[in-house]
Design a protein around this ligand. Structure first.
Ligand SMILES: NC(=O)c1ccc[n+]([C@@H]2O[C@H](COP(=O)([O-])OP(=O)(O)OC[C@H]3O[C@@H](n4cnc5c(N)ncnc54)[C@H](OP(=O)(O)O)[C@@H]3O)[C@@H](O)[C@H]2O)c1
Length: 247
């Protein structure tokens, strides 16, 4: 289905954000691609430099969206967290900074485009499986992703009367440079290779593999469908079957 309108992706130059940007372009949307270093303008893509951890981002995104076509059909918070270390070493204030970046950033993003949202618009945040399955080696990611699930529910409740829905997409470990970097730290600490750590993570899935950026982009773009309104406020878990719990 071809869409008319605009999408805004924060973290658009990242492994997942760039796949999502391509997916949204494939659905016909103009994309405002946001990162601290502005992604290059290209056909149907407007680059925007903004640090979503600061209030200046709201005005910068609003300015980039001005003059783009139609309603803002989707916003995506796909910002990457800076490395903060495991539970035993994390600086306590780093937890607050991580929540401020991802959750505060989601609010800035929504406020930047609020007057351009319309019935059927989607607010999407990328969380992750550590939000529901805590792991001490991913301390800040777990706390932040749990907070995002709560905030997404709040946004869906608040925006619902306008026909706008909010969603959390929670990938398991994805085959990306970010995961490779995190795994390199874990490998060094244990004296094993990165490949061994990645193989262990893949083995958690009954399919024996990691989720791919393309699969994350598919999930996000599918939320454009009118039928996805039934998923308002919920979490889409993309963990390739790795988690065994019911929720
Ligand atoms: N990769 C995985 O295995 C995985 C699994 C589950 C969930 N996730 C979540 O998915 C998200 C994206 O992951 P990824 O692998 O695509 O990360 P990534 O490749 O490291 O990309 C991070 C993106 O965020 C941007 N960014 C970082 N800080 C920013 C800021 N303050 N303001 C605006 N943009 C900022 C970066 O661009 P600049 O540096 O230019 O700002 C880049 O575009 C993360 O939140 C991650 O927790 C990832």
């Amino acid at each position: 289905m071809t869409e008319r309108g605009t999408a805004v992706v924060v973290g658009a130059s990242g492994a997942l954000g760039s796949a999502i940007t391509a997916g949204l372009r494939g659905r016909g949307l103009h994309v405002v691609a946001v990162a601290r270093t502005a992604p290059e303008d290209s056909d149907g893509v407007t680059g925007c430099a903004a640090d979503i951890g600061t209030d200046d981002a709201t005005a910068a995104i609003a300015a980039a969206v001005a003059g783009t076509p139609g309603p803002v059909r989707m916003v995506v918070q796909a910002t990457g967290l800076p490395p903060a270390g495991p539970l035993e070493r994390i600086e306590p204030d780093a937890l607050g900074r991580a929540v401020a970046l991802k959750c505060g950033g989601l609010l800035r993003l929504v406020r930047a485009v609020d007057d351009r949202l319309a019935e059927g618009s989607r607010v999407v945040a990328l969380g992750g499986h550590f939000g529901v399955e805590p792991a001490p080696y991913a301390c800040a990611a777990g706390v932040t992703n749990a907070g995002l699930a709560n905030l997404v529910r709040q946004l869906s409740t608040a925006l619902g009367p306008r026909g706008i829905t909010a969603h959390l997409v929670a990938p398991g470990p994805a085959d990306t440079p970010r995961l490779r970097g995190l795994s390199a730290d874990a490998a060094a600490a244990r004296g094993v290779t990165v490949e061994e750590v990645l193989a262990e993570r893949a083995a958690e899935s009954p399919l024996g593999r990691l989720v791919t950026p393309d699969e994350v982009a598919w999930a996000v773009t599918t939320l454009l469908d009118p039928q996805a309104g039934a998923l308002a406020g919920s979490t889409l878990s993309l963990d390739v079957g790795a988690r065994r719990g019911i929720f």
